[in-house]
Design a protein around this ligand. Structure first.
Ligand code: AMP
Length: 213
């Protein structure tokens, strides 16, 4: 099963991804996570990506496409995958389709999670991520049991470097101008489901299970 999670920053893609991979046993591929790991390790790729990420801009297509397709070549993607944060432009979506066609595959489902802008701001500014295991929390809606400590592994919680008010405004604008056209692209392909991301974590997940079966 080849899946894509679409939606603006803060829509809950990462949270739903964690639940989907647990149920469907496919790898979770987040291009944002790949860039963050490279930044942490100080690689050339990380240095290049950071310039764009810090401003809330998209990393150039040529760079992202190479990274994403390289990852999809790995053995663990043979039975399917869940893409989170890729594709983000029509050019990326076309490159992905071409890659899958070349292997006799296709995108099976695109899950589009929508949330209004005001709610996105509240969610992103309240987002905390475990430095150790990557589990995500939300101060107003889904806080950890102990302040600043991860429920899962006991690691310290932190804010993502690009979760500042200014960067978030830009990321939402970039989503509207560059990623939203993908909705029409997949509407045309007929494989997209639109989900209301304000109905609560469990309801959104149940809707996803209803679609995937
Ligand atoms: P995310 O963790 O998905 O919110 O991504 C964080 C940042 O990484 C984005 O704001 C972009 O700067 C960059 N990024 C991640 N995925 C992509 C992509 N598919 N295309 C371009 N930039 C990306």
């Amino acid at each position: 099963m080849n899946l894509i999670l679409l939606g603006p920053p803060g829509a809950g893609k990462g949270t739903q991804a964690a639940k989907i991979i647990e149920n469907y046993n496919i790898p979770h591929i987040s291009t944002g996570d790949i860039f963050r790991e490279n930044i942490k390790e100080g690689t050339d790729l990380g240095k290049k990506a950071k310039e764009y990420m810090d401003k809330g801009e998209l990393v150039p297509d040529s760079l992202v496409i190479e990274i994403a397709l390289d990852r999809l070549e790995k053995d663990d993607c043979k039975e399917g995958f869940l893409l989170d944060g890729f594709p983000r432009t029509v050019e990326q979506a076309e490159a992905l389709d071409k890659f899958l066609e070349g292997r006799g595959g296709k995108v099976d489902h695109v899950l589009d999670i929508d949330v209004p802008k005001e709610e996105l701001m509240v969610r992103i500014l309240g987002r905390r991520v475990c430095k150790q295991c990557g589990a995500t929390y939300n101060i107003p809606n889904m806080p950890p049991k102990k302040d600043g400590i991860c429920d899962v592994c006991g690691g310290p919680l932190m804010q993502r470097a690009d979760d500042t008010r200014e960067t978030v405004e830009n990321r939402i604008e970039v989503y509207n101008s560059q990623t939203k056209p993908l909705l029409a692209y997949y509407d045309k392909a007929g494989n997209i489901a639109h989900l209301d991301g304000t109905t609560g974590l469990e309801n959104v997940f149940n809707a996803i299970v209803g679609i995937l079966g």
